[in-house]
Design a protein around this ligand. Sequence first.
Ligand SMILES: *[C@@H]1O[C@H](CO)[C@@H](O)[C@H](O)[C@H]1NC(C)=O
Ligand SMILES: *[C@@H]1O[C@H](CO)[C@@H](O)[C@H](O)[C@H]1NC(C)=O
Length: 410
Amino acid sequence: MVAIHPVVVALLPLIPSALGQTCATINPVNAATFASGYEGPRGIIFDIQGNLLTAEQSSYGLRYIQLTDNGGTNICVRSQKQLVADSSLNHGIALTPDGKKLFASSKTTVYSWDYDGTTGTVGNKKTVVTGMSTSGHVSRTLLVPKTQPNVLLVQVGSNGNLDTGAAQASSGRSQIRIFKLADLEAGSKAYTTGELLGYGIRNNAGIAEDIHGGIFSVNNGMDDMTVNGKDVHNTNPCEELNYHGRINDTSSPERGKSYGYPTCHSIYDPSVLPSPFNTQLKVGDTVTNGASSSTCTRVAPKLCFPAHTAPLDLKFNSGGSAAYVTFHGSWDKTPPDGYRVSRVAWNSQTGQPVASVTNTSAAQNIMYNANNAACPSGCFRPVGLAWSPSGKLFLSSDATNEIWVIGGAK
Ligand SMILES: *[C@@H]1O[C@H](CO)[C@@H](O)[C@H](O)[C@H]1NC(C)=O
Ligand SMILES: *[C@@H]1O[C@H](CO)[C@@H](O)[C@H](O)[C@H]1NC(C)=O
């Protein structure tokens, strides 16, 4: 059911119900045979002790999973327990690089805890960011950058497909804000008081830091797009890879800027646009939804992924030569697309993708459903990515309640 690119040595599921199994080599198995066990796993991270932490959206909260990694694909679950019982926590999870402060989010609020990875315990829950949008996209993505570990990035998506209010940064939607941890320590902060990293980004579900401290994000574009009355939605707009400058560079050209939404949308497939756009525009150029203008002031994407594939996370490899991206998959496209993990080649010197924005083959498939016919309810739908301390790439699939490890990801 799940197909694997040759680059992947093996992959296997980690099933909590398999507790008590010995840590002998687990053979690669077929996705069809999996038992379920997790409760809608979304964001996943490793602590500095090598334990896996998950945020699970189906009224569970956070989980602490001790793994035994004997090398290669010889990994198993040694023990697991509920770390935080809170049904409102649904996606975002982040840890400071020193492994001592844990953050997790509900739709409206970010919380923090003192964290002890050795015992798998947390201190008292503290409310740190409040007042995030109550409607539309419900997941919030959190990141404490390694190159600037004294701040927390918090993302909020739009309140619907076309959120006109999100044109204003003051709406607190379709944007990423930066909070100083010292300020959060002093007391909770309203979301809109954070420093603006970028706005006009419909639903920036994945945010990652490259080896230079550059911040990249993956955005889910609008549904049901039309241009001058023509329905172009099946292959438009792009799902974008956006760049936000280096986190420590407060005067980067991208800092605090608009990426175009809800007015401007990046074109994935110019060929279906009405004249003259079909001949004038290239992949990654912009056009306004429903109207006739292609003049927009915005930060342009660095890459365009196929429409409605729903990228939800990205993570860089340790050498900075690739980013892995999860595509959760579509509903607004025929046939459905996404439901895969892809690798994007990166230039570790420049800190930018190797491919240009017009290259629609920049994302190479690594792991995908051999047949998407069972999607979206009965197939692999990847969400969160995390590198283990030993350099293996783990990922969650919320629809199938699984956690996977890709043995050969480099
Ligand atoms: C930001 O960090 C990078 C990499 O750590 C460093 O080379 C650069 O000088 C820093 N820039 C600023 C403005 O501090
Ligand atoms: C597009 O990117 C892929 C992956 O990096 C690469 O193999 C391919 O040669 C690129 N195509 C063009 C036209 O540059």
